[in-house]
Design a protein around this ligand. Structure first.
Ligand code: SF4
Length: 431
């Protein structure tokens, strides 16, 4: 979401004649768009500002703006602690970005915008055309969260759930497809809680799938509790919806899930996985895991390992529990860090074995790949298959924006290598 937000901040700043620069030393304005989900996020802000200070030593300083969830969470504290920062703008106040810059160009009074006026933000951003021209791009459809998992800062930094109007999203989808996009990932902290005047995520996917030149639709991140029957059914109704579901589970233990306030059991999660696989046998899953959550015993950890093996997630993102200030879990009694580290290593080794086995199973297979850009050598093209695996193939023709059948020859940890099967790959439509 920060990638989408950064692009939209840039679209705004362009309106008042700012351009992107690759070099810090050239900047008139330095924007640090931050994420607060992991530990030490605030320290990283101070560290980064230190780099800018060094660069501009003995020179007129640039305007320095901190945006994103650290700005939201820390607000005034950042401005007081680091005088080099001129403004903090929380995620729901980006529409005030240009006025902030204009004011700061004229005087040096510090500015703090950290209110939750998300509807106002999108009303203002809609006026400005999304200039993103990537083949695969993101569009935010929903922000905020009402779930209040005990470890998570999102309800405090992004605010309550808000769904953008269908019409507004469809318009933005048409704009990015006009710019060249062939794949759109719909974003939301709780994307499948999307509900605009009774229209749900499934309705939205169906409407978006009618855009002709758009070949692929994805969405992230979903909560198991919000996986309603209509969303399950949509996997049978449009082939443009890709069969990889990122479905965070966090732990394989019911006791830990309760302590996290995740609102579902492992049995319910596994049932959902089964139902989805039955409706579309090519569906695969990826997930997030927190290792060493307060109260996690050896038995709870074994349950998590068992779940990992049972579902055979093709990608598992795992982290040691990181207490976030202001959340209920911050005050809970922490488990021994070395124990968490050992468990994380065991978890990641198992997840890696599953991933390697899965990737090897793709060798020799034909995958439908949407090519996004040239990679390294001039005749090499980078793309992704339906399950988002990175694929590189050679071609004398420009494959950018095309879907081709690729015969996978081999691969390494991150990338599969294959050959474009031109006979079968003539057809440029989604699988
Ligand atoms: S559902 Fe997701 S975004 Fe919402 S509180 Fe839980 S972890 Fe955070």
């Amino acid at each position: 979401m920060n990638e989408y937000d950064s692009n939209r901040i840039f679209d705004l700043a362009k309106k008042i004649n700012y351009q992107k620069t690759e070099s810090i030393g050239e900047a008139d304005c330095y924007v640090l768009n931050t994420c607060h989900i992991r530990e030490k996020a605030t320290e990283k802000v101070y560290h980064d500002i230190g780099r800018v200070k060094k660069e501009f030593k003995n020179r007129k300083k640039p305007i320095v703006v901190v945006t994103g969830c650290v700005a939201q969470a820390e607000g005034e504290v950042l401005l007081k602690k680091e005088k080099y920062i001129d403004a903090v703008i929380g995620p729901q106040s980006y529409h005030k970005f240009n006025n902030t810059l204009i004011k700061l160009e004229k005087n040096t009074k510090k500015i703090n915008f950290t209110e939750f006026d998300v509807a106002d933000k999108f009303d203002n951003l809609n006026i400005i055309k999304n200039s993103d021209s990537n083949i695969s791009t993101f569009i935010t459809i929903q922000e905020g969260c009402d779930k209040f998992c005990k470890f998570c800062v999102v309800p405090y930094t992004r605010g309550p759930e808000y769904s953008r109007p269908v019409k507004e999203i469809l318009e933005e989808c048409r704009v990015v497809v006009g710019n060249g996009a062939r794949e759109i990932t719909l974003l939301g902290q709780n994307v499948n809680a999307y509900n605009f005047e009774g229209k749900k995520l499934s309705n939205l996917i169906y409407e978006i799938s009618k855009i002709n030149e758009l070949k692929r639709i994805r969405y992230t991140t979903s909560h198991p509790v919000d996986f309603s029957q209509d969303l399950i059914n949509i996997y049978n109704q449009t082939e443009k919806l890709m069969p990889l579901i990122h479905l965070p589970v966090q732990s394989g233990s019911n006791k830990v899930l309760r302590n996290m306030n995740r609102k579902h059991t492992i049995e319910e999660y596994l049932n959902l996985v089964d139902i989805l696989k039955k409706i579309n046998s090519s569906i695969k899953f990826s997930s997030d895991f927190i290792i060493g959550y307060p109260g996690e015993t050896d038995k709870d950890f074994k349950d998590t390992l068992n779940l990992l093996k049972k579902v055979q997630f093709i990608n598992s993102y795992s982290f040691i529990f990181s207490p976030r200030p202001g959340t209920p879990a911050f005050k809970m009694s922490q488990i021994d860090h070395n124990t968490s580290k050992k468990r994380l290593l065991i978890f990641q080794k198992t997840a890696e074995e599953i991933k390697i086995k899965y990737r090897k199973s793709l060798f020799g297979k034909k995958l439908r790949v949407l090519f996004e850009n040239r990679s390294g050598k001039s005749n090499q093209f980078f793309g992704r298959d339906e399950h988002s695996n990175s694929v590189i193939a050679e071609s004398d023709f420009n494959l950018k924006g095309e879907i081709k059948n690729v015969q996978i020859i081999n691969g390494n940890h991150n990338t599969l290598f294959g050959e474009v099967n031109s006979k079968i790959g003539q057809n440029n439509h989604a699988a």
